[in-house]
Every structure is written in structure tokens, then in C-alpha cells.
Design a binder for this molecule. Structure first.
Ligand code: GLY
Length: 564
């Protein structure tokens, strides 16, 4: 019997009741997994009222924009990966675009990149794409009117909800930077200027009114109507570049998903301008020749091998990746032959210095098609008909640009910081980039968001994705390795220890749950090890033997997976 069949059988025979994690749920009719129980409940309500997985995902996104508003919202962007019941796959790109007046050196002052400009305030804001994706997904694939989903989320915003520890922590960390925005302070801080604490109720009445304006007038209110006008006015008086034409010109791009394979399973993930899909596939290709299972997933050998593969892939990311509509991104990065060359560079006894990116085959000619710490959030939905959605949405860093357009309650992203403001100069996440990811008018900044499906014989067996900047890619890889190489169910795949290497800085970040002897051995092999209390937040849905679903929200957060 071949290995992939054995793994599949192990997966299907997995008994959810045998796993102690609170996060695991099993159900036959549908499943929803998000970082916040109120958003999970909104997705389930959509399924229960006759909606499909696409409606559920839209309900989750709109509600997360209320209850997890520091991470994502309609002022930001998203990548939505959809598998329809008939097997068709779609990758809806709602990434922000740089305004038409953006220029390559717009973040340089006295010849040096100024991160304050790309991270906070008017210049940090890219043209938001999330709402356009939600509207398009609803119109093409949904069953419920989006109006009803907006109204339900508006009620949560108006009535308020008790913030969780995670939200409270973000408020505490960001309060100093929020202080620059009177509008943001009025919403997210109390009358005495102190942040809300866990358990206190946050109400967002302006956001509720904005959701209702969209419910009544359609998304045109956002892209061409009242919101567009107010945003352009605000930008003009605060030194911003984004204007009415940028908003009215925003387009969702329907892209071809990245396809790959690992040990007989098919991988489907998000293409550029995400680097996620390319590097999830590249890292797994590099690892495929190794007998990963024999290493055990807690050993120094396992961490070393996988970290070496991560490092090679992130060196490629820094050179080659950018918006494929502006820069040629070589398809050879996901070829098995290229990964074979990289695999042979790995030595098990010591960390190999990686000085530069590799050169994938046909780098100039075979390119992706041109089209005409835990920030961000990932959620997943699935229904009994066979529709699945994996969606990662983001404002970028906590509370995005901190800009709230007066009277709207809508926080705007700071995704302009995901461009390489200057070649070789790190962004917020310490990522470096090159010309491929330089700022240009209308261009989409490179992302790491990696909504991914694993399929067997055309049917999804796992839906996975994560939050946390570049660690999104490595969390996704680790969850797939634990599922396919170690037979873990979603809860176990998410609770296993994590580590991350992104080439530059040359540091191996690893969770403290790894045994000290493993960390010591990694140092001995030459890794600069940085021990972290925890890395990232992922959500996953898998399948059970009885054609049911099992889901998990990351045990490191307060999320919830629930089905019915
Ligand atoms: N803002 C995180 C990402 O898109 O990678």
C-alpha cells in the first residue's frame, strides 16, 4: 500500500474524541473556524439559515471586522481561496493597491526609509480590497443576500461585545500610537484615555452605521459614494495620496491558484502577490526527498531540516517575489527539479549559510501569469455540499494605519509597509525585498498570507492558513507536515511546537515548548536561536471517516471551531 494512502487512512480513522484539545469539534453539516467565538457563531448562523460556505465566510469576515477589528476589516484586504462543490477552484485577490500617485521612493526622507510613514497615518494606507472580494464572492457563489449578513454584523457593532484578553493586549500595546488619531481614540479608548480591558464592552456605532449604509446602497457607497468622498477629503487634508479615483478603480483579481503536490497529496494555495502559496509549495518540495516522519516532530533534526528549507525559500522570496502584474515571478520556484537542487545544499550536521537567492529554471520566461508576531486573521468554512473557503484578511499590523475616517468607524490598513520601501531595508516584520517589491502606482504589496487546501483525489482533506506576517508561511508548512507526515488531526497539527526562519535576519525563532536539549543542539549546529513564548495563530478544518468535518482554532488564541 502506498504511503499517501496509508496517511489518508490514518487521517480518516482519526477519532476526534480521543484528542483532549478544547478547540476540536466534529460535525456533519458544516464547520467554521475563526479566531473569535462571536465570528464563528456568525458563520454558523449563516450556514443554519440556508447559506453555504461562501456565505458563512462572508459573515465571518464582516463580524471579525467588528470583534477582531485590530486585525482585519473592510478597510483592509484579503485573499479568499474557494473550492466549489463541483470541484472548481478560485483565488480572489482583494489585496490593497498602492494609490495612483504612489512613487517608488515615497517613504524615503533624506535618502533613508522612514518606517513611521509606511506604518502609521495617511501614507501607510493602500486602497482596500476586502469589501470588494466579499461582494463579488457573495454575488457569484453565495446563496444569502449580503445585506442580511451586513445587518447581523452591524448589530454586533452597535450592541457591543466584551473584548477578550487578546484584544485588550493589543489595545494596551498600541494605545500610544492610537493617540495620534482623535477618531481612533474616541472609539478604542475610554473617556479617560485608558484602553478597554478584557471583559469590558466595546461598541462601534459608526461602524454599524457604515455596514448599514453598504446594506442599503451596496458596495458603491464604499468605493464611489459617501465613504469614498469622505476618505478622499480626509486624505487631502492629512497629506495622503489616496483619492476617489483610486477607490472607484479598485478591482478584485480572479487568479489561478498555485498548484503543487506533497507525498501524493495535491496542494492548492494563493498565488502572487502573495508569496505564501509559492513558498509553502517550495518548502514542501525541498523536504519531500527526506523521510521527515522518521525524525519525529520534536527533534533537533526535524527543526534543523525544516528551518534550513525555510531559509532557502525566504532568500528566494526576498529577490523574486512581488506583484506578478508588475514584475516577472518565476514559476520555476515551485518546480520539483529546482527544489531538488536546493535540497542537496542542506547538511544535517550544521546550518549552511545562504548568501543569496537561487536561480529557478526559465526565471525570465516562465513566470506567473499577469492579469489584467499575529497580526492578520485567518478563518475557514466548509459545508456538506463540498464548498470550502479558506480566507486570510488583514489590516496589516495592529489597528493598521490607526486612521479611522471620521464618522465611519472604519479603520484603514497600513499595507503600504509590505512593500520594500528601499531595497534591503527591513519592513515591520524584518522582511527585506528587492526591486520586485518596490512601490509603484497601482501595484499590490507582497504578502505572506497563505490560505491553502490539501486535496486527495480532488477532494479537500485539509484547509489551513494563519496570521502573523511571514510566520504565516511557516505555520502553514508545519501544519501540513504534521498532517501528512505525522497523521495529526487539525487540533494536533495546530498545537505542535512552531519555529520560523526567514533568511534575514539569520535567526531561528522557536517556541519555548521545545525541549531545552533541542534548542541547545540547534545552537551547536550554528543556528542563532531566538526562543519565543508562542508563534502565530492558525485555523484549520479537516475531514473525518464519516464524511464529517473536524475543525480547530489555534490553542494559542481564544478562537473557536464549531460545526453542526
Ligand atoms: N500583512 C501581512 C501580509 O500580508 O503578509
Amino acid at each position: 500500500m502506498n504511503r499517501s494512502l496509508l496517511i489518508l487512512i490514518a487521517l480518516l480513522w482519526w477519532d476526534p474524541s480521543a484528542v483532549a484539545a478544547e478547540t476540536v469539534q466534529s460535525a456533519r453539516r458544516g464547520m467554521v473556524a475563526t479566531i473569535q467565538p462571536i465570528a464563528t457563531r456568525a458563520g454558523l448562523d449563516a450556514l443554519r439559515s440556508g447559506g453555504n460556505a461562501i456565505d458563512a465566510a462572508i459573515a465571518c469576515a464582516l463580524t471579525l471586522g467588528v470583534v477582531d477589528s485590530h486585525n482585519s476589516g473592510i478597510g483592509g484586504g484579503c485573499f479568499m481561496l474557494i473550492r466549489l462543490a463541483d470541484g472548481r477552484l478560485f483565488a480572489l485577490d482583494g489585496r490593497e493597491t498602492a494609490p495612483a500617485r504612489a512613487t517608488r521612493d515615497m517613504f524615503l526622507r533624506n535618502g533613508k526609509a522612514d518606517p513611521a510613514l509606511s506604518q502609521d497615518g495617511a501614507l501607510a494606507v493602500g486602497v482596500p480590497g476586502e469589501l470588494a472580494v466579499l461582494a463579488q464572492a457573495s454575488q457569484r457563489f453565495g446563496r444569502l443576500p449580503m445585506r442580511s449578513l451586513l445587518e447581523a454584523a452591524a448589530r454586533v457593532a452597535e450592541d457591543g461585545f466584551p473584548i477578550d484578553r487578546h484584544y485588550a493586549g493589543r489595545l494596551l500595546d498600541t494605545q500610544g500610537r492610537l493617540a495620534a488619531s482623535t477618531e481612533a481614540c474616541a472609539i478604542f479608548l475610554k473617556g479617560d484615555g485608558r484602553p478597554f480591558i478584557a471583559g469590558e464592552v466595546l461598541r462601534q456605532r459608526d461602524l454599524a452605521a457604515s455596514y448599514r449604509a453598504i446594506a442599503t446602497n451596496g458596495v458603491d457607497w464604499f468605493y464611489r459614494g459617501g465613504f469614498a468622498k469622505r476618505t478622499a477629503d480626509w486624505m487631502r487634508s492629512h497629506g495622503g495620496l489616496l483619492d476617489e479615483q483610486d477607490l472607484s478603480g479598485y478591482r478584485v483579481i480572479d487568479r489561478d491558484p498555485v498548484r503543487g503536490s506533497y507525498r501524493g497529496f495535491d496542494l492548492v494555495s494563493f498565488p502572487p502577490p502573495s508569496s505564501g502559496g509559492v513558498h509553502v509549495v517550495e518548502i514542501l518540495n525541498i523536504l519531500e526527498p527526506y523521510d521527515v516522519n522518521s525524525l519525529g516532530d520534536r527533534s533537533a533534526d526535524f527543526v534543523h531540516l525544516v528551518a534550513e528549507a525555510m531559509k532557502l525559500a525566504f532568500a528566494d522570496r526576498a529577490k523574486w517575489l512581488g506583484d506578478p502584474d508588475f514584475t516577472p515571478v518565476p514559476r520555476g520556484l515551485i518546480s520539483k527539479a529546482y527544489a531538488g537542487d536546493l535540497s542537496r545544499r542542506i547538511r544535517m550536521d550544521r546550518a549552511t549559510p545562504v548568501t543569496a537567492a537561487g536561480t529557478p529554471p526559465a526565471a525570465d520566461t516562465d513566470v506567473f501569469r499577469r492579469e489584467s508576531n499575529r497580526h492578520t486573521t485567518h478563518f475557514a468554512t466548509a459545508d456538506a455540499d463540498g464548498n470550502w473557503v479558506a480566507c486570510t484578511a488583514s489590516l496589516n499590523t495592529s489597528f493598521g494605519s490607526k486612521v479611522v475616517i471620521p464618522g465611519t468607524g472604519i479603520l484603514l490598513n497600513n499595507h503600504m509597509d509590505d512593500f520594500a520601501a528601499q531595497p534591503g531595508i527591513p519592513n515591520y516584520f524584518g522582511l527585506v525585498g528587492a526591486e520586485a517589491n518596490a512601490v509603484a502606482a497601482g501595484k499590490r504589496p507582497l504578502s505572506s498570507m497563505s490560505p491553502t487546501f490539501v486535496l486527495k483525489d480532488g477532494k479537500p482533506i485539509l484547509s489551513i492558513g494563519a496570521a502573523g506576517g511571514p510566520t504565516i508561511i511557516t505555520q502553514t508548512v508545519l501544519a501540513i507536515l504534521r498532517t501528512l507526515d505525522f497523521g495529526a488531526d487539525p487540533a494536533a497539527a495546530l498545537s505542535g511546537g512552531r519555529f520560523h526562519h526567514q533568511w534575514k535576519p539569520d535567526e531561528l525563532h522557536i517556541e519555548s515548548r521545545f525541549d531545552p536539549t533541542v534548542i541547545e543542539e540547534l545552537r551547536r549546529r550554528g543556528h542563532r536561536v531566538v526562543v519565543e513564548p508562542s508563534i502565530g495563530a492558525a485555523q484549520a478544518i479537516g475531514i473525518t471517516l464519516q464524511d464529517g468535518f473536524t475543525g480547530a482554532a489555534d490553542p494559542r488564541s481564544e478562537g473557536r471551531a464549531e460545526g453542526y
